[in-house]
Design a protein around this ligand. Structure first.
Ligand code: TXA
Ligand code: MG
Length: 348
């Protein structure tokens, strides 16, 4: 049985969090909001609790978990050392959507890191999450609170749809902000590298790490290049239906989508179109959902996963999606869209 509690993230009632803390202390699972997506949390020092996370999500065991902390102090026991560059990143971007990979200490159980010698750590920017970690007084291991392979949850409803009766508690703290998972930054080697693009962009990071690079495998569509981050190799964020992403000039995108929609409808398929406020009037047929203005990638990121889930509920056969400019937050948006489409991108 799953207990659902509502907490106001702007005015956190700590008395309500005590129940969640007790579950964490007893090796249980608590789904909670962060500023990116909902997380499925357990005590990061407790192997049995971590095992339950993998079981509840149906997550492959070779895919490591992120440890969530409430202070930089808490990081010290999780890593061998904190290099200066990592300290600077923490100062600049924490709390916030940046996960940092560093060589792990012996205190971190192998199940958390899937046997790797690095550990992923982040400090979320959400008062419920921070209070939960602080009161539990342990790092909280938390992947996104979805069934593996489904779009990450950006509201408590999404978590309930995926994990009802598979977890002990779901804390409903309203919609998440960013809407995409955190940026994963590898600072464990000589070359600082973004393994997963997210809310802290490459351009943001370059201000502190001028030589930061981005894992080639996540921006190329070539399926033969294996990404460095285990999670990136799965067909993530996937809706149930097929999906095609269109990239290029927006006028050409709309023409191409209209033509493709006609083709599919001619053979009796239910078509869904993911568009933007500027283009939504152009489409006449199919189920049309706008993610917001093309001029505002924050809104598009915020709405993307919910939009994918809406199409699932409507049982469309094929989703045709407008791509965005691949710079700044657009890189993360295109990365998630391409994952959802299984790499099927049409350049117009
Ligand atoms: O925004 C987020 O990061 C959310 C919220 C809940 O914090 N969490 C999240 O966790 O997205 P998850 O497990 O869905 O994604 C974690 C990603 C995976 O792609 C995983 O492979 C990668 O981080 N990762 C974790 N530890 C790693 C490691 N040691 N080396 C390489 N990649 C790692
Ligand atoms: Mg995930």
């Amino acid at each position: 049985k799953t207990k659902i509690i509502k907490i106001d993230k702007d005015n956190v009632d700590r008395a309500l969090i005590i129940d969640a803390v007790n579950i964490i202390k007893n090796s249980g699972l608590v789904a909670f909001p962060t500023e990116t997506v909902y997380g499925l949390g357990a005590n990061g020092f407790d192997e049995n609790a971590a095992k339950k996370i993998f079981a509840a999500k149906g997550r492959p065991e070779d895919n490591p978990l992120i440890l969530h902390v409430y202070s930089v102090e808490q990081v010290r026991e999780l890593v061998e050392e904190i290099p200066d560059i990592a300290k600077k990143c923490m100062e600049e971007f924490w709390p916030g959507p940046l996960t940092i990979l560093l060589p792990k200490s012996n205190k971190v159980p192998n199940i958390i890191t899937a046997g790797l010698d690095t550990v992923a750590i982040r400090m979320p920017e959400n008062k419920i999450a921070l209070e939960l970690i602080k009161m539990s007084n342990v790092p909280i291991a938390a992947p996104s609170a979805n069934i593996s392979g489904r779009p990450s949850p950006t509201s408590a409803k999404h978590v309930i749809d995926d994990l009802m009766d598979k977890v002990d508690m779901i804390v409903d703290g309203g919609e998440t902000g960013v809407g995409l998972e955190s940026t994963v930054l590898d600072l464990s080697g000589d070359l600082p590298m973004i393994l997963r693009p997210g809310g802290v962009t490459k351009e943001d990071l370059q201000k502190i790490i001028p030589n930061v690079t981005i894992d080639f495998a996540i921006i190329k569509e070539d399926a033969n290049i294996i990404p460095k981050s285990p999670g990136q190799k799965y067909r993530h964020y996937a809706p149930k239906s097929e999906m095609l992403v269109f990239s290029g000039d927006i006028d050409k995108i709309t023409d191409a989508i209209i033509a493709k929609a006609k083709e599919y409808m001619a053979i009796g398929k239910r078509v869904g179109i993911i568009c933007t406020d500027e283009t939504k009037e152009i489409y006449k047929d199919g189920l049309i959902i706008s993610m917001g203005s093309r001029r505002n990638n924050e809104t598009i990121a915020h709405n993307l996963f919910n939009t994918l889930r809406l199409f699932d509920e409507e049982n469309v056969d094929i989703i045709l999606a407008e791509g965005v400019e691949p710079s700044h937050l657009g890189i993360a948006i295109m990365n998630r869209m391409m994952k959802a489409a299984g790499g099927r991108i049409i350049k117009v």
